[in-house]
Ligand binder design. Structure first.
Ligand code: HGY
Ligand code: MN
Ligand code: MN
Length: 441
């Protein structure tokens, strides 16, 4: 579907109307000339990067690590300095609250995450989290009290499967709590480590309508904005993700004495499997992606035929049915590869999230805020997963993207120019102010 039609259909779905693909009657900010102090956000980005800094210029601040805990403690300090009332919820998410003038209204929630992938960069999640805090500070400076209460959130363990936001929609199961995160701790151990409370986990659940709006500022993590020299991306929707841990079982044996024809080499079968994933995913038109991102061979010795391999399979698309269909094809072809190689493949689910569409009213509010700042925009989908995709089930949700230089992310070379960070934070500020005025929030 082209972009115009996508927007028009969404507008029709919510009963709005559109002219030339644009929803009309968007609320405007009560303080359109208010601006964040951009230098502070960029300084804070540098300060946060000290927690888990790696030798390549990025960070390894994986969820539930000591660096994660230290970074969170630092961020909570910054939130308190911004006058926010800070609390860690039972799921380990950090919330900084700022009261509104109308207690009958539901909160406008905005923020992101500060955990990273192993050997990640300094911008993924951090830009949205630190800008959200700066927005609160800017409102203080402008002596502005919004009508809605504001909640600035730093979700826990976004990179390990958007765990904190999934808890808010009641989708962290007891089985999930036993899954091992990158830090080596299970999700259950990690939540306790961060100050959450497993017994009270169900109490963090919110119902649809409990959130007036959710907005997340984030780096694009792809190259569209950078390539097209545009300032701001207005996100249309966020991909769904299917993720499994796959175990290939063959037979470990002597690498010198076992003839090639007698082997049940699980690593060789896995190599064929990886190639097959690429073929299946690219074999049909569309923007779907498939990845084998981690492979561990056992026992892992040069002179032993690998008897067992544990690897991950991930498939993403904006259409959940496509993720299901592709994973079914991969499994079927995997079985054939296994049969031919004397190896079995078995699957344990790791992380699954549904795709989400952004709310056209929030999208239009973001677009209006960017235009008010004379910034250029385009609409685009998100190929990365975000906490926003769960929040979209609790209230109207939108995402603001700023350019990633070279489209690089989940790597130490991830970089967003300081001026783009500031642009994004100002769009966030003006979006929050406009949402506060909107008749529908
Ligand atoms: O994996 C993702 O897409 C996200 O950045 N956590
Ligand atoms: Mn992120
Ligand atoms: Mn990420």
């Amino acid at each position: 579907m082209n972009r115009r039609r996508f927007t028009r259909n969404l507008a029709a779905a919510i009963g709005g109307f559109s002219i030339g693909g644009r929803v009309r009657d968007v609320a405007v900010s009560a303080a359109p000339s208010l601006r964040v102090e951009g230098d502070r956000i960029n300084r804070h980005l540098v300060e946060l990067s000290a927690f888990g800094r790696n030798p390549y210029g990025g960070v390894s601040r994986v969820a539930y690590s000591e660096f994660d805990r230290q970074g969170r403690a630092w961020a909570m300090g910054v939130m308190r300095e911004a006058g926010l009332t800070v609390q860690v919820d039972a799921a380990g998410n950090i919330f900084g609250r700022r009261a509104g003038s109308n207690p009958a209204l539901k909160p406008i929630v905005f923020g992101s995450h500060i955990d990273s992938v192993p050997d990640g960069g300094n911008y993924d999640g951090d830009v949205g989290s630190l800008s959200a805090i700066e927005v609160a500070r800017t409102l203080n400076r402008g002596n502005l009290v919004t009508k809605h209460p504001l909640e600035i959130v730093i979700f826990q363990n976004e990179e390990g499967g958007t765990v904190g936001s999934r808890a808010l929609v009641g989708e962290v199961t007891p089985a999930d709590l036993a899954i091992k995160a990158n830090s080596g701790k299970t999700l259950g151990e990690g939540i306790t480590f961060l100050g959450g409370d497993l017994e009270k986990l169900p109490t963090v659940r919110r119902a649809p309508g409990d959130v007036a709006a959710y907005v997340e500022l984030h780096i694009e993590q792809g190259g569209n904005l950078d390539r097209e020299k545009l300032d701001i991306g207005v996100v249309e929707g966020i991909v769904g993700i299917g993720q499994w841990e796959v175990t290939a079982e063959g037979f470990a044996n002597h690498a010198g004495t076992t003839a090639m024809s007698d082997r049940r080499d699980s690593l060789l079968a896995t190599a064929r499997y990886i190639d097959m994933v690429n073929r299946v995913v690219t074999g049909t038109p569309g923007r779907q992606v498939g990845t084998v991102g981690r492979v561990q061979a056992f026992p892992g010795a040069p002179n032993v035929i690998p008897g067992k391999v544990v690897f991950t399979l991930e498939i993403r698309d904006l259409d959940a049915a496509k993720v299901d269909a592709l994973s079914a094809r991969v499994r079927a072809e995997g079985e054939a590869i296994g049969k031919a190689s004397g190896v079995t493949f078995s699957y344990a689910p790791l992380h699954h999230s549904r795709p989400a569409v952004c709310d056209p009213r929030v999208m239009q509010t973001i677009e209006g805020a960017a235009r008010g700042l004379t910034l250029t925009t385009r609409h685009l989908p998100s190929g990365a997963g975000h906490d926003a995709q769960h929040m979209a089930r609790l209230g109207p949700t939108g995402m603001i993207f700023v350019p990633s230089v070279g489209g690089i992310s989940h790597a130490p070379k991830e970089f967003t120019k300081p001026e783009d960070v500031v642009n994004g934070a100002n769009v966030l500020l003006q979006t929050i102010l406009a949402l506060d005025e909107a008749a529908w929030t």
